[in-house]
Design a protein around this ligand. Structure first.
Ligand code: ATP
Length: 589
């Protein structure tokens, strides 16, 4: 069954809804239940894949969590200390198994089961303890259970945990405890995130955790202000800087540099895989300059993300000594707390119908709607503006002030539907987003995981609907595998569809599909319209020729001829309407 046949099946308009096998937890539980879900779908391995998975196997091929303890010599009973150590190791492995924690590296400290144990065993800064306990979290999330003890020992860490599982707290707590109190020696901790919105969110969380500790956190909102806040005469003003790579590098490149990173003891990357992406408009180059400026050889380096790529894992293994790698659940998988649905909408026009259908059925705000570009975000916004819903749009072309207002309004609930691009795809923690709609199909599985991860956070249930058309079938299978591996149900033949080659997937990731505009208005004919229309006319004429050739079978060809004639009439009518519309527009102008 080739792709076309499979697609015929899909055009039956089937709506694929994930019925989560497990009851959604009534009380938010952050602990992923190690579900007895079927084995993750084993993708058909292409040669490239084998190389990747071999790489990951190699990366993961180090000793398991607890080094095997030496068996006591024959006849010699283990000492009390050895027995005690073995008991602690077995307990640690038991806890890891229960919470889906896999930890690779040497001499990994046992996970902490509670915040009380954390403050007791690690003698946390008293004020930090209070700020932590004031958050009223029942218990640490699995990533916090294992990452906190590792970072409190200042070990290099690469952590992979599902979206919404508390990674921010996992890296801020050890930083704050490690710095203890304000010093005038300059910046001692640097946290980088890919977007200004995410950096601002981390900064707010850090400000809360450092309350009354005397530690000073800074977020560079405007580079222009940086001079006053960071100039050499007042560089000792801050202890922790949370920012994006471009802002930090800009300040480093001033003459003289406005930032001194030589005392940085903590270098943390949130959304590390995104920050380490190479190529144009990416961060890797900026990151190299910043990393070089953090010249303290004893600094602790930590990477956090819900997804990783092989290059990042290789870089970490090559550059970070005594590295610990923690993975919660299955690497690069979607969070299990989101009910995921794939909805075939026929065409680009069908997406608007499906969107309005969802509005008519009654959306449960707040809702995030992802599209693939700023232009399409604006177009969809104009279309929905008069549909009686409080909708707004956020993208990189809007000013920082507009973006801040938009995020604030969405957080406060005065905006119910926020249309956004990949800018909001990672890390942003909007409380209680009930629904994520992928209006445009995500360019990669990694984008899909992060987008739907804006809902179903901190153990709360969420829902994600992904529209797709015939143009999206290339990536359909990989998303279906992600849904299946996170406990969802998708039609079997979606999993059997031909796997897209890595090289092709990379091209698609860089260059999103060229889609028809989102608009029901008649708009002046564009070049692509003409091409589209003439292609359609050519097709009609070609079919007419075939019909004429097969003149003999008059009776069953009549309806087809009629239909083709109608298409031509329709096309002419559209022409006329457009002509009239553009004439009226000219009159108006
Ligand atoms: N131990 C905890 N118990 C309950 N909620 C928690 C706990 N730790 C953090 N949270 C909350 O969980 C939510 C998600 O946390 P956070 O934004 O750090 O997730 P994340 O893992 O960084 O997600 P993403 O991968 O999308 O960036 C936040 O609202 C945070 O306050």
């Amino acid at each position: 069954m080739d792709e076309h046949d499979i697609f015929k099946l899909i055009t039956a308009g089937v709506r694929f809804t994930k019925k989560s096998k497990k009851e959604q937890p009534t009380k938010p539980q952050l602990q992923p239940k190690i579900s007895k879900k079927e084995e993750p779908v084993k993708s058909k391995k292409s040669k490239e894949d084998d190389q990747d998975s071999t790489e990951f196997r190699l990366l993961a091929g180090e000793s398991t969590t607890e080094p095997k303890r030496k068996k006591p010599k024959e006849g010699k009973a283990p000492s009390a200390k050895e027995l005690e150590l073995q008991k602690v190791a077995d307990q640690a492995n038991e806890t890891r198994k229960q919470f889906g924690i896999s930890a690779l590296g040497k001499r990994i400290p046992p996970p902490v089961a509670s915040f009380e144990a954390l403050t007791r065993d690690f003698k946390l800064l008293p004020r930090l303890q209070q700020n932590l306990l004031a958050r009223n979290f029942d218990q640490p999330t699995p990533i916090q259970m294992q990452a906190l003890p590792v970072l409190l020992q200042r070990r290099a860490l690469m952590a992979c945990a599902p979206t919404g599982s508390g990674k921010t707290l996992a890296f801020l707590t050890p930083i704050i405890d490690g710095l203890r109190a304000h010093k005038t020696s300059g910046l001692r901790a640097l946290v980088l995130a890919p977007t200004r919105e995410l950096a601002q969110q981390i900064y707010r969380e850090c400000a809360e955790l450092t309350r009354e500790t005397g530690l000073r956190t800074h977020f560079i909102s405007k580079v222009s202000e940086a001079k006053q806040k960071h100039g050499t005469e007042c560089k000792q003003r801050y202890d922790i800087l949370v920012s994006t790579p471009n802002r930090v590098r800009f300040l480093l490149q001033q003459e003289p540099p406005l930032l001194d990173l030589s005392q940085v003891e903590w270098f943390v990357l949130d959304e590390a895989d995104r920050l380490m992406e190479e190529g144009q408009n990416n961060f890797k180059e900026q990151l190299d300059d910043i990393y070089a400026a953090c010249s303290l050889p004893t600094k602790c380096v930590a990477f956090f993300s819900a997804t990783y790529t092989v290059p990042v894992a290789k870089w970490a293994l090559r550059h970070l000594k005594n590295l610990v790698r923690i993975t919660i659940g299955v690497q690069n998988s979607a969070t299990e707390s989101v009910q995921q649905e794939l909805l075939f909408v026929g065409s680009e026009g069908g997406k608007l119908v499906a969107m309005r259908d969802l509005v008519r059925q009654g959306l449960q705000p707040p809702v995030l709607v992802f599209v693939q570009s700023k232009e399409r975000a604006k177009q969809l916004f104009e279309e929905l503006l008069y549909d009686g819903i409080n909708v707004d749009v956020i993208h990189a072309e809007r000013s920082q002030h507009q973006r801040d207002n938009c995020v604030r309004a969405f957080r406060e609930g005065s905006i119910w539907v926020l249309i956004c691009t990949e800018l909001m795809g990672r890390g942003i923690d909007f409380k209680g987003v009930n629904l994520v709609i992928n209006y445009d199909f995500p360019p990669t599985t990694i984008s899909y995981i992060h987008r739907i991860g804006r809902t179903g956070r901190a153990g709360r249930p969420g829902r994600a609907i992904t529209f797709f058309t015939q143009e999206d079938t290339a990536n359909l299978r990989s998303i279906a595998v992600i849904i299946k591996n996170s406990g969802g149900t998708v039609p079997e033949y979606m999993l059997q569809m031909k796997k897209v080659k890595k090289s092709e997937a990379k091209i698609r990731a860089k260059k999103p599909l060229d889609r028809e505009d989102i608009s029901t208005k008649i708009r002046p004919e564009t070049k692509s319209d003409e091409i589209h229309k003439s292609a359609k006319l050519k097709k009609v004429e070609k079919t007419e020729k075939i019909i004429k050739k097969r003149q003999g079978k008059e009776k069953d060809l009549k309806p087809k001829q009629k239909k083709l004639g109608k298409i031509k009439v329709d096309l002419k009518a559209v022409d006329k309407r457009k002509g009239k519309a553009s004439k009226t527009r000219k009159e108006k102008v």
